[in-house]
Design a protein around this ligand. Structure first.
Ligand code: NAP
Length: 287
């Protein structure tokens, strides 16, 4: 049981209805945290609670309604949690979605939705918990970034931009809050088998007679191949659990998944023309 003296540690996880978020909520509960599993639509909690029951952790999870683009729901969930438990030890900023389409063809409304969810939602969540973390002298904020926070590929410019923003924000944040004992980490997964892919494929932005049609099809073929063979998201949840438990987070970035450890080195150390050539080759791929 993760306790602080007699006090149970608490964790708030956004986007806990599916994918990484569901598994992270269960993993933290298994580790003894009192978990508030936040989701836009609490009717989607069935899969989460079944999994929590299966591992005997359901008693440590409660569901809260929270849309990261809706300030009132953030404020209500955070203040309810503080009223119930008096503390927020861990925030996992996991909620996210992926807008697909070439820059010219993604409508501004979709750019805004992408930014509002993946970046400004994460900023709002972080700002909402900082006063309580400072007041109790510490806490851990884990940001679900992506390899797309380091590496922009065609067809996912909006998604990459949102994750690059998360990376820069978190670099600055870490300096600002370290003096208050607040730890910040970026988890940078490669591709994992979650619903984000199907949701993204179902909502690709492409104009009829698009000049990008051929290139978009090639990117989508690559993305589908990647999604079909992607590993189980559980290992990302286990990494988040380990980070939550650590007293110190000596690193800012925690890449995980196929190629995710090599990619940061490649984009920082290789001449950019080689990175671009490899990216284009990967995008062309096989049919
Ligand atoms: N899967 C991958 O390959 C991969 C790789 C790198 C990074 N990531 C990142 O991992 C995070 C989780 O994604 P996932 O792969 O687990 O996909 P997922 O299964 O689609 O889960 C995304 C979660 O975010 C929630 N969400 C979306 N918009 C929200 C909003 N406005 N407010 C609150 N919750 C919202 C979704 O809720 P609903 O059920 O209501 O839609 C869902 O619970 C994302 O930040 C994603 O960018 C994923």
């Amino acid at each position: 049981m993760t306790t602080l003296g007699k006090v149970e540690k608490t964790a708030l996880v956004t986007g806990a209805s599916s994918g990484f978020g569901l598994r992270i909520a269960v993993e933290l509960a298994k580790r003894g945290y009192r978990v508030v599993a936040a989701m836009r639509d609490p009717r989607k909690q069935v899969a989460l609670m079944q999994e929590a029951e299966r591992v005997g952790a359901a008693g440590r999870i409660e569901v809260a309604q929270l849309d990261v683009t809706d300030a009132a729901t953030i404020e209500a969930a955070v203040s309810d949690m503080l009223r119930s438990y008096g503390r927020i030890d861990v925030l996992v900023n996991n909620a996210g979605m992926a807008v697909g389409g070439f820059v010219e063809e993604v409508p501004m409304a979709a750019w805004r939705a992408q930014t509002e969810t993946n970046f400004l939602g994460l900023v709002a969540m972080t700002r909402a918990v900082l006063p309580a973390m400072r007041a109790k002298g510490g806490g851990t904020i884990i940001q679900m970034s992506s390899v797309s926070g380091l590496w922009g590929i065609p067809g996912f410019g909006a998604y990459a931009a949102s994750k690059f923003a998360v990376e820069g924000f978190s670099e600055s944040l870490r300096h600002e809050v370290a003096p208050f004992g607040i730890r910040v980490a970026l988890v940078e997964p490669g591709a994992y088998r979650t619903a984000i892919w199907a949701k993204g494929f179902a909502d690709i932005h492409a104009q009829p007679d698009s000049p990008y049609a051929g290139a978009l099809q090639a990117v989508l073929r690559m993305a589908r191949r990647t999604a079909d063979t992607a590993p189980d998201p559980r290992e990302v949840a286990e990494l988040v659990g380990r980070l939550a438990d650590k007293r110190r987070l000596s690193r800012l970035r925690y890449p995980i998944g196929r190629g995710a450890r090599l990619l940061p080195l490649a984009v920082r150390l290789l001449p950019w023309r080689l990175v671009e050539a490899a990216t284009r080759r990967a995008m062309r791929g096989r049919n």
